[in-house]
Design a protein around this ligand. Structure first.
Ligand code: NAD
Length: 531
């Protein structure tokens, strides 16, 4: 069969699969259909995902993967063909023979993974502790690495570290496939994770490890413990920080060119002071320090953080959690400010970012006040899912006479301007803009560690990736259907940062990355049938 004929038939097969997929009403049915398709014909699966990413990312990843994880033990036996392994499950019983267990996991001949995504299932999306059922997340995330940046699917390793679950309902569920015991204490936890990571590094020294959906109490600790020792990063913390930083960079550029706001004059209020808020604030602060050459202390003072008790200040009278202390204000002269509207009046922010999970917190009063203070208020309600968002796109447009510069954490419908029928599409700070390119860059350049600078240049490359038309139309993020092009630019920036003596011209490196991307159309059909 010639390549041309085969492409044609893969094209027809794709249309057939798409028709089947679209005939299913329930998202979970679509998820199961896709999982089964992947074990039968990996090339067809990825051709569908790559060419219909906007339609299929919500099926193979959020929000559907959340439902799939809730049901994982119930559906797992029907997802894959018998004998086709679907990720590496590790538990305490594997520890004495861990090298062998990891080496023996050979989903493909001569398996040599470039990227592993590892979770312990302890904080799956906003769904809490799902134990072993969290495996849907590493699997889905790695599919996005393949679709978004062209990592070879045969070189990905999803890992679920099953250390039990504190979810009692799961432990008592007769179909639950995981360990039916409570999670270990911190001492045992860190000792096990140390062993697992050390062994993974022994067996696959060049592999990038991405931490995903670990409980907040461990996520920062794990990152601090390993980020300077091995090739790893945490997407919830660093990926989110980078993608939001990128949107903020473009928002700052826009209000500078359209309203003349000096970037150094921004004042930023964070509503919510959890791990996401602090992670994002730290990344945005880097922009002011690196791009705007501000000393650290001056850059830090551009941030005001609000938690459930009001503005976070050093003299508020309560014991602040460690992660809030860095941004706690000490210039408040004893004044304590409660309520977001009062904080907005007090700070007069140019940028308002929501990471609180408090639905509707950016109410009409707050939005109108932002619009009164700023010609182009920058407002990012980032809480997920849509039911938790601080405001919708429509509310933000209506309350600001359509002047808002907006990005959300969840996808909102487009808004049609009254009168002239012009439709405006809201931007979404989707982590998918960063992690695939970051992973591909690391897989190709193989640095010893992922540095802060690499995350920063990844964010900047994303901000710089807008086409002139996207810029002209006021977008903060590129079109998702250009994801592979964008990922190549992100990867190139990471590679140049990793080794500027080896990788130089951004365009040339970006072309090289594109040439290295796995493409289902180029697969030998004889090989496809075996994978
Ligand atoms: P978290 O529970 O650690 O933090 C929530 C914070 O909100 C806490 O500091 C809490 O004090 C504060 N808060 C709660 N009620 C409040 C109130 N009434 N007023 C002011 N502050 C209040 O959660 P997290 O992991 O930091 O995530 C927060 C949100 O960010 C979630 O909705 C999550 O989905 C979203 N998120 C979005 C993205 C993205 O868009 N890419 C990425 C990560 C997290």
């Amino acid at each position: 069969m010639t390549l041309h004929q085969r492409n044609q038939s893969l094209q027809v097969e794709k249309r057939r699969a798409l028709q089947q997929l679209r005939s299913k009403d329930q998202l979970l049915e679509k998820y199961i259909f896709m999982a089964q398709l992947r074990t039968r014909n990996i090339a067809l699966f990825y051709k569908l995902v790559i060419e219909h990413l906007q339609e299929l990312a919500p099926v193979i990843y959020t929000p559907t993967v959340g439902t799939a994880c809730l049901e994982y033990s119930n559906i797992l036996p029907y997802l894959a063909e018998p004998g086709v392994p679907d990720g590496l499950f590790l538990n305490k019983a594997d520890l004495p023979n861990l090298h062998k267990v990891i080496r023996d996991y050979q989903p493909f001949p001569n398996f040599s993974p470039q990227i592993a995504v590892i979770s312990d299932g302890s904080r799956i999306l906003g769904l809490g502790d799902l134990g072993l059922n969290g495996m849907g997340i590493p699997i889905g995330k790695l599919q996005l690495y393949v679709a978004g940046a062209g990592i070879d699917p045969r070189r990905t390793l999803p890992i679920l570290l099953d250390l039990g679950t504190n979810n009692e309902a799961l432990r008592n569920d007769e179909f639950y496939l995981g360990q039916r015991e409570p999670r270990p204490d911190d001492k045992e936890f860190y000792s096990i994770v140390d062993t697992v990571l050390k062994t993974l590094k022994d067996v696959y020294p060049d592999m990038l490890i991405q931490f995903e959906d670990w409980s907040s109490e461990h996520a920062f600790g794990l990152l601090e413990r390993y980020q300077h020792k091995m090739l790893c990063f945490n997407d919830d913390i660093q990926g989110t920080g980078a993608v939001i930083l990128s949107g903020i960079m473009n928002a700052i550029r826009r209000v500078q060119s359209e309203s003349g706001v000096n970037p150094r004059d921004h004042r930023i209020v964070f509503y919510g002071a959890g791990s996401a808020a602090i992670g994002v604030a730290r990344q945005i602060q880097e922009y002011f320090m690196i791009d705007q050459h501000m000393p650290e202390d001056q850059a830090r003072r551009l941030f005001w953080i609000v938690d459930s008790k009001g503005l976070v200040t050093l003299d508020r009278g309560d014991k602040l959690a460690n992660h809030k202390v860095y941004y706690a204000r000490k210039d408040n002269q004893g004044k304590q400010v409660k309520g977001l509207l009062n904080v907005v009046d007090y700070v007069k922010p140019t940028i308002l970012i929501g990471l609180s999970s408090v639905s509707g917190a950016f109410d009409t009063h707050v939005l109108q006040r932002m619009a009164k203070l700023n010609k182009q208020p920058i407002i990012f309600p980032l809480s997920n899912p849509a039911t938790k968002a601080e405001c919708t796109f429509e509310q933000a447009m209506q309350a600001t006479d359509n002047r808002v510069i907006f990005a959300s954490g969840t996808a909102f419908p487009a808004f049609t301007l009254p009168g002239n029928n012009k439709t405006i599409y809201p931007d979404q700070g989707n982590n998918m803009y960063i992690f695939p390119g970051l992973g591909m860059g690391a897989a190709l350049a193989r640095p010893a560690i992922i540095t802060y600078r690499m995350i920063y240049v990844a964010a900047k490359a994303l901000a710089d990736s807008l086409t002139p038309q996207e810029q002209q139309e006021g977008y903060l993020y590129p079109a998702l259907n250009r994801i592979r092009q964008v990922s190549a630019q992100v990867a190139a920036a990471v590679m140049i940062e990793a080794d500027s003596s080896k990788y130089k011209s951004k365009d040339a490196v970006s072309r090289y990355v594109q040439s290295q991307m796995w493409n289902p159309d180029k697969e030998d059909p004889a090989i496809i049938s075996k994978i």
